[in-house]
Design a protein around this ligand. Structure first.
Ligand SMILES: Cc1cc2nc3c(=O)[nH]c(=O)nc-3n(C[C@H](O)[C@H](O)[C@H](O)COP(=O)(O)OP(=O)(O)OC[C@H]3O[C@@H](n4cnc5c(N)ncnc54)[C@H](O)[C@@H]3O)c2cc1C
Length: 403
């Protein structure tokens, strides 16, 4: 880093290269800095519920190391086998259990970062409470490699759940889904660990790919929900579901009876990484709104894209967190055509005070739309921060902040 600073060479940090916003795309004439060999668990501290790892450690390795001590690292994403500690910190990854555990930001106790001039900023303390001045690590979490290179991190763990209850539900429409979310939140409180929604076209495609005739629900519903609670006994879960049936909130449902069922249920939700390949050219949005606004957003978006999309748009996501993935089939990736689609989607979002990226980050792909989510003063402050920490603009130049 010191040499790059001296010779003014741009540096693009790269972890597992699973990011979905183009944040790790190298720049011409620059250095691509891979953390591939900076990998491994440094220590697990079960007494203090934390673990220290190198930045290039795959997320799954962290999860497995915690499990050996009866603990859990609850940040979990479909790309767990390749995504790294550094990459998930740099993108403040969310994932499937945010409704219960929050995003990566909530799980970083200590961080070591190398600044653009080579200065090592190391704070690998593992205290939960530390109010001594600015919490500097938070500036780097979610900064997508534009402010510093993450090299090591202390991650907060929690007890591994003794019981997981997973169900797939078929509902009439989004309004029922929202009522079901409210009911599950009130009944299970913090033990509600996932509330994922799948709209019909996504469901049909994903189940045909993943369950080959063994789909636990018949289909024909307006919305499908994958719901998970942790630490709750099965009887209470069944009782809640029975009440949902009786009140007409849920049309059909199945509770996982085995680990294989749980994996099958989740495989439908996580097929998002594969349906991508089936539908041909497409644009991938990762929008965020209040959960109560998502149903209307989908209807407005459907109407707005009819003359542009080449087929039905897929809607699937973490509806408990107000985060929806919108996959729009397109005929080509020409600039004007893509711009028009993005402009319509982000226009709808901006009118509703939503965000252009709820978890994937800005990177390159959302950079020029940042002003649909952030006010000019906020973007200006981001520029100030960047120039303070990286005055020569060498760290991941051209990413996140609009030029
Ligand atoms: C199938 C699939 C499912 C996903 N599901 C989710 C999900 O549910 N929730 C979610 O939030 N995200 C999800 N993602 C996206 C996820 O945020 C990223 O894949 C992941 O966090 C990036 O980790 P990575 O190691 O692959 O980083 P990379 O892709 O290599 O890099 C991502 C960004 O981080 C920077 N970076 C990487 N390492 C460092 C470092 N050591 N220091 C500083 N900067 C660094 C890069 O420059 C780049 O800007 C998913 C991706 C896939 C492919």
């Amino acid at each position: 880093m010191r040499l790059c600073n001296q010779y003014e060479l741009p540096i693009v940090p790269q972890g597992g290269l699973t990011g979905l916003s183009g944040g790790a795309v190298p720049v011409s004439g620059g250095v691509a800095l891979s953390t591939d060999r900076m990998s491994g668990i440094i220590s697990v501290d079960p007494d203090n519920f934390c673990l220290t790892a190198w930045a290039g450690t795959p997320l799954e390795t962290v999860q497995n190391a915690a499990r050996e001590f009866g603990l859990e690292y609850p940040v979990d994403i479909g790309a767990r086998g390749s995504a790294t500690v550094g990459g998930t910190i740099a993108t403040n990854a969310g994932g499937i259990r945010v409704i219960r555990h929050g995003m990566t930001r909530q799980h970083v106790l200590g961080l070591e970062v190398v600044l653009a001039d080579g200065t090592v900023l190391s704070n690998l303390r593992s205290m939960i409470k530390d109010n001594a001045g600015y919490d500097l690590k938070q500036i780097f979490i979610g900064s997508e490699g534009t402010l510093g290179i993450v090299t090591r991190a202390v991650l907060k763990l929690c007890p591994a759940p003794t019981q997981r209850n997973t169900a797939l539900l078929g509902l009439a429409d989004y309004a029922s889904g929202l009522a079901c979310l409210g009911s599950a939140r009130r009944s299970f409180e913090a033990q509600l660990t996932a509330f994922e929604g799948m709209w019909p076209y996504y469901w049909d495609l994903a189940t045909s790919m993943k369950l080959s005739g063994r789909a636990p629900l018949k289909g024909g519903h307006g919305l499908y929900v994958l719901l998970e609670t942790s630490g709750h006994d099965l009887a209470a879960f069944e009782e809640w579901l029975a009440e949902c049936f009786e009140s007409g909130l849920v049309e059909d449902g199945a509770i996982a009876q085995s680990l294989s069922d749980i994996n099958d249920f989740w495989s439908v939700r996580e097929a998002i990484g594969e349906v991508d390949h089936v539908i041909g050219p497409h644009l991938n949005f990762d929008i965020g709104l209040q959960p109560s606004a998502l149903g209307e957003f989908v209807s407005v978006c459907e109407a707005a894209l009819t003359d542009l999309a080449t087929g039905p748009t897929l809607y699937v996501g973490h509806i408990g967190d107000g985060n929806l993935h919108v996959i729009v089939p397109v005929r080509e990736h020409s600039n004007d055509y893509v711009w028009e689609i993005e402009n319509r989607v982000f226009g709808i979002l901006s009118e509703r005070e939503g965000t252009v990226t709820a978890e994937h980050g800005v990177g390159l792909l959302k950079r020029d739309w940042l002003n649909r989510t952030r006010r000019p003063e906020e973007i200006q402050l981001m520029r100030h921060l960047k120039s303070c920490l990286d005055p020569k603009s060498l760290l991941n130049p051209g990413k996140v902040i609009p030029t």
